[in-house]
Design a protein around this ligand. Structure first.
Ligand code: AG3
Length: 275
């Protein structure tokens, strides 16, 4: 009997795959091709344009390091902007912070949100939280036009090709910097350390031209070609190497370990030498 699998192919024929029981859904949205699978051991798998967005079992290995390090390094994150993140996992983790008064999420592709709400156990009530404000809009346009200021901006996008390309441009970083409060933190996922090293370097350099300080870190994410990279841009007097342990203790975390915050900054030497 033939075994069925979904494999995401990275450059040079590097694959990340899951055995799948069945394909639950496939559609062409306004922006991308969306596929949904039932995997053998990791719950449902969401795929956009052939790239793994998440598996239900282990998605916290991405959403925890994306959200909590910046939220805990900021002294008082009250207003948070999320760009992308249609599945609701990032919003869910942001709302776990009691300091948050408003969390605005701007997702370009309504279909990703609708399918996630229908099929995935990821948002877990986040969309219904009174502090959450969800909009279907182009994040680039939103950030250029909004009058709001944010303490933390989180970019939970697809890779810097296709619809998300502009989210990795210097121009976009400038509009983000402008909309950050006096003390603000910006974080973006920045691709596979080994397989998208050049994209990571490009994004890092562009961010260096805009933010007061830029940090990079990596984390092993279930479902992605690990280690995965994250870039943090700082505005004003905030130290991303220090976090608030009092607030951290109240969160029950599974992957990101606040007591070992410094281990985030581990990077293969050849990459660190290039950065
Ligand atoms: N974040 C998707 C990260 C990009 C994954 N890239 C890849 N597999 N090539 C959005 C999903 C989680 N909220």
């Amino acid at each position: 009997e033939k075994e069925r699998a979904f494999i995401e192919w990275y450059p040079r024929g590097y694959g990340v795959g899951f055995k799948v029981k069945e394909k639950l859904f496939e559609t062409q949205t306004k922006y991308q091709r969306l596929e949904l699978y039932e995997t053998e051991g990791f719950g449902k798998l969401l795929v956009l344009d052939g790239t793994v967005q998440l598996v239900e079992v282990g998605e916290e290995s991405y959403h925890e390091p994306l959200v909590h390090p910046v939220m805990l390094a900021h002294p008082n994150p009250r207003r948070v902007l999320i760009i992308g993140g249609g599945d609701g996992g990032t919003l869910r983790e942001v709302l776990r912070h009691e300091t948050v008064e408003r969390a605005i999420m701007v997702e370009i592709d309504e279909m990703v949100m609708e399918i996630s709400k229908l099929y995935l156990n990821v948002a877990r009530g986040a969309f219904e939280d009174p502090r959450a404000e969800v909009m279907v809009d182009d994040g680039v346009k939103y950030l250029r036009e909004t009058e709001e200021q944010f303490d933390v901006i989180i970019v939970d996008s697809t890779d810097p090709v296709g619809p998300a390309k502009l989210l990795f441009s210097e121009e976009f970083y400038r509009s983000a910097y402008e909309k950050l409060s006096e003390k603000g933190l910006y974080i973006t996922q920045a691709g596979s350390v080994y397989l998208f090293t050049n994209e990571l370097l490009d994004a890092y350099r562009a961010m260096k031209n805009v933010f007061d300080r830029v940090y990079y870190f990596s984390f092993p994410v279930i479902g992605y070609a690990s280690p995965w990279s994250f870039l943090v841009g700082v505005k004003g007097d905030v130290d991303f190497t220090k976090i608030d342990m009092e607030r951290a203790k109240k969160l029950e975390l599974y992957y990101y370990d606040p007591e070992r915050h410094e281990t985030l900054f581990q990077m293969p030497k050849y990459v660190r030498d290039l950065l």
